[in-house]
Design a protein. Structure first.
Length: 130
């Protein structure tokens, strides 16, 4: 499977995730896929279990992809996952085999107030001049 085909599959996956289309969202996973959440210490094994874990999650979720980067069998998506209006900055690392995800790790980070000590060194994305 070439990179453009995998990129399209990822775009469909994240669009389906945002739309709450649990069937299309999980088309990207192999039957024996493994999903790890290192921060909570959870591992979910199998496409059906991954799908079920998301079906029973009670929060309203929205997904906004910031960027997708990868090549070959390794792809990373940076996105903002909003649970009930609260954003979490998220990274998904997916490993593909035969065009399907066989392993995924997701990392989550909550927003935080920037340190005043570096205020004169930073810019805020979206506020810079063209």
């Amino acid at each position: 499977m070439d990179d453009s085909t995998i990129r399209l599959a990822l775009e469909r996956h994240w669009a389906a995730s945002d739309a709450g289309d649990f069937t299309a969202e999980h088309d990207i996973y192999a039957e024996g896929a493994v999903l790890d959440y290192p921060q909570s210490g959870e591992r979910i094994r199998g496409r059906a279990n991954i799908r079920q874990s998301r079906l029973v999650q009670p929060n309203t979720k929205r997904f906004k992809v910031r960027r997708i980067i990868g090549t070959g069998d390794l792809w990373v998506t940076e996105y903002v996952l909003t649970y009930d209006g609260a954003p979490s900055y998220t990274v998904s690392i997916m490993e593909f085999r035969d065009g399907l995800v066989v392993y995924e790790t997701q990392y989550f980070a909550d927003p935080f107030v920037p340190a005043p000590s570096r205020a004169d060194l930073v810019e805020r994305p979206g506020t810079e001049a063209p």
